[in-house]
Design a protein around this ligand. Structure first.
Ligand code: PAF
Length: 274
């Protein structure tokens, strides 16, 4: 695996490499990332990963400084997964001057996670657009665990006519159902034992809807109450249309249930399509 931190060297290395497939990450890689890397191989000739903890997408009181940085271990995992090129810019490489131009997503950036993390999706869209310009891939993969992020990036690519196929990868879970996330490492042993409740609740909602229930507000409220009883602080449990993340309007629209809730100081998000 070739590792580049400089944009010109990266671009030179990616010339004549056929169809380039890109998997951007913030590092601290787990099996969810690695499954995206392996899937990427099926979509092109050269697999490029990036590791960059993007300051722009963290709020002032969020975990930018604490975010786990595990570069050596990440490189070993990427190498084992058959990644061809790693782009690992420093902040000075990617933001040599204060970023003054931004990608401003539309209203979708202000709902669900965007309501609780103002500016987050603007920071994500901006860095992803910039990474796309550095790597110039023909396809890019993003995990469905960050469902809203995947939609923001898909819409950005479509509206800006970026010649990049955006591909969603399935969420990878621990045996007890907890969605893999770099932030799971913040959980204490007791919190880790409690954490799978979130997925159990989501699968319970899916089963109830499949059996004919249509009182979505009641289902959302019941799930939030159960989380509160178990000591969680919930930002949202919300049923939305898969197509645009709007509240369900059409009875037959495919739905997704999304949740964000805090266990101690760790904010976990998850979702499942129904
Ligand atoms: O999902 C992530 O890890 C990040 O939001 C991304 C897409 C790498 C942008 O920093």
């Amino acid at each position: 695996m070739h590792i580049h931190s400089r944009i010109p060297a990266l671009r030179a290395a990616l010339k004549n490499r056929g169809r380039v497939v890109f998997v951007p990450t913030m590092g601290n890689l787990h099996a969810g990332h690695i499954s995206l890397m392996r899937e990427a191989r099926a979509h092109g000739d050269t697999v490029v990963a990036s590791i960059f903890v993007n300051r722009l997408q963290f709020g002032p009181h969020e975990d930018f400084d604490q975010y786990p940085r595990t570069f050596e271990a990440d490189c070993e995992k990427l190498e084992a997964a058959g990644v061809d090129v790693l782009f690992a810019p420093t902040e000075a490489d990617l933001y040599p001057e204060p970023q003054g131009y931004f990608i401003e997503p539309p209203a979708i950036q202000n709902v669900l996670d965007g309501e609780f993390r103002p500016g987050h999706f603007r920071g994500v869209a901006t860095v992803v657009a910039k990474l796309f310009n550095c790597v110039q891939p023909q396809a890019a993969l993003f995990g469905k665990k960050d469902y809203q992020q995947l939609m923001v990036i898909r819409n950005m690519a479509r509206q800006l006519a970026l010649p990049i196929d955006i591909i969603g990868g399935e969420t990878v879970r621990a045996e007890d159902g907890l969605a893999l996330s770099s932030r799971n490492g913040y959980l204490s042993a007791a919190e880790r034992a409690e954490a799978p409740r979130l997925y159990r609740l989501l699968t319970g909602i899916r089963a109830t809807i499949r059996s004919g229930e249509r009182d979505y507000a009641a289902l959302e409220a019941k799930a939030a109450a159960e989380l509160a009883d178990a000591g969680w602080q919930t930002d949202y449990v919300s049923l939305r249309q898969q197509s645009d993340l709007a509240p369900p309007q059409d009875r037959n629209a495919p739905l997704v249930v999304l949740a964000a809730s805090r266990l101690g100081t760790t904010r976990l998000i998850d979702n499942i399509e129904i």
